[in-house]
Design a protein around this ligand. Structure first.
Ligand SMILES: Cc1cc2nc3c(=O)[nH]c(=O)nc-3n(C[C@H](O)[C@H](O)[C@H](O)COP(=O)(O)OP(=O)(O)OC[C@H]3O[C@@H](n4cnc5c(N)ncnc54)[C@H](O)[C@@H]3O)c2cc1C
Length: 406
């Protein structure tokens, strides 16, 4: 008789909780244990934390699914911290529950905000990762006149637009010469920058913070490398995230800016998988390994892992990546991966924008603004891998649809 199956999932964020539910819907009959150290009662949506939730007066929880969904799928939820993995005996140690053996282990530990050591535990310095972070930040912001954001990435700009909408005086400090420089093309940065100006936000580009002046546990000002001093009432730091890989690393699992997995999302340890923000995987589009921080990636990878554990059949992960961000009135969507080197074709219609990136006449990435229909079409074009020309793109979505259907 074979021993009973038990899958333990560490991390009940977007990926981990989806993995638990998908395991059961894929027909897995073993025990499913979903562990998370977060105090929140149910796994919840993260994207609204820097968007509408920050603006909302009524800060209700935003569960990904009701408690009954976990009960129905017989998912055992534990509020606990995973502190050790013994990959030889397949044993996970939790700080409160103690040791638990597994037949499969899924590491879905997510990422943590990058911190500036000089700014830890300072009263008027905040960042957003959890529901609690947003609740505290909103509380402080209500009584502030001005807010400074360090970092012009997605989260920083979303927060900046929210605070401008609340009537605050907002300033963004960004070290690069343009916002979102690592993730979007210059044309998109340009549109976003113009919108931020329209919203009354002060944008300081090429502004490297070199000194933080603090007194009585409060940040008074930041000195920039050009010598200017920015006075601070409330600072939000949004300078990227680092993968939560220490649990894997101390177990001897191969990590390299993320828990390294193969095409079928297996780590270097037997029966241990990883997904989402914490994992680095070989990407079918770029032919390199990447780490993607997006809901789509976490959810699609979790479904793939669940299917493999339930059926015992390995398969390669090959989803089209996509992402969205709401910066004030701009809905920015990206399908595929922006890798810099490509032929670009731009199409604009009224306030709708689409920037296609082509390599060898194949679409590899499309960045759209306020253009959800074309974003959906872009995902299909990338997945199908059809050959298209600049003329096809300039002729508009109907022509692209016909290329897809031909
Ligand atoms: C403010 C904000 C806005 C965002 N906006 C967008 C957006 O607009 N669009 C988009 O696509 N993506 C967005 N993202 C990114 C998206 O939320 C993440 O990519 C997604 O949550 C990743 O899912 P995950 O399951 O990998 O990790 P997470 O959802 O982060 O979950 C990881 C969980 O693991 C738990 N954990 C970690 N270590 C342990 C341990 N040792 N023991 C127990 N539990 C542990 C953590 O408590 C956490 O709950 C945003 C993220 C944030 C923070």
């Amino acid at each position: 008789m074979s021993s009973p199956q038990r899958t333990i999932i560490v991390g009940a964020g977007h990926g981990g909780s989806q993995c638990a539910i998908s395991l059961r819907s894929e027909g897995y009959e073993g025990q499913i244990v979903l562990v998370d150290e977060d105090e929140a009662s149910l796994p919840y949506h993260k994207p609204p934390l820097s968007k509408k939730y920050l603006l909302s007066e009524d800060q209700k929880e935003m569960p990904l699914r009701p408690a009954s969904a976990y009960e129905k799928a017989s998912v055992e939820r534990l509020q606990d911290t995973a502190i050790n993995i013994d990959t030889a005996t397949k044993t996970l140690t939790l700080s409160k529950t103690g040791e638990m053996t597994y037949t499969s282990l899924v590491l879905a530990t997510g990422a943590s905000n990058r911190v500036i050591p000089a700014l830890t535990n300072i009263d008027n310095v905040h960042s957003i990762r959890t529901l609690q972070d947003t609740t505290s930040l909103r509380e402080l912001a209500l009584s502030a006149n001005s807010v400074t954001i360090l970092g012009g990435g997605f989260i920083g700009l979303e927060v900046a637009a929210c605070f401008a909408g609340m009537g605050k005086k907002v300033r963004v400090l960004e070290a690069s010469k343009r916002v979102l420089s690592r993730v979007v093309a210059p044309e998109v940065s340009d549109i976003v920058q113009r919108k931020l100006h329209e919203l009354g936000i002060t944008l300081e580009l090429g502004a490297m913070a070199v000194e933080f002046n603090e007194s009585a546990n409060r940040l008074d000002s930041i000195q920039l490398d050009n010598g200017s001093i920015v006075d601070i009432e409330l600072l939000v730091v949004g300078i990227g995230a680092i993968p939560n890989e220490s649990l894997a690393l101390s177990a001897g699992i191969h990590c390299d800016d993320g828990i390294v997995v193969d095409q079928s999302l297996k780590t270097s340890a037997a029966d241990v998988f990883s997904l989402g923000d914490c994992c680095r995987f070989p990407h079918w589009q770029t032919q390199t390994t990447v780490r993607l921080e997006s809901v789509q990636n976490a959810v699609d990878q979790s479904k793939q892992i669940a299917q493999q554990i339930a059926t015992g059949v390995a398969s390669d992960y090959k989803a089209v990546p996509w992402f969205w961000s709401d910066i004030g009135p701009l809905k920015l969507q990206i399908a595929g991966i922006y890798a810099g080197e490509s032929q670009t074709v731009l199409r604009r219609e009224d306030d709708k924008f689409a920037l296609y990136h082509l390599q060898d006449q194949h679409v590899v990435c499309v960045e759209t603004i306020n253009n959800a229909k074309e974003h959906m079409l872009a995902r299909k074009l990338i997945a199908a891998g059809v050959s298209i020309t600049e003329d096809d793109i300039l002729a508009g979505p109907e022509r692209l649809k016909s290329v897809l259907e031909a």
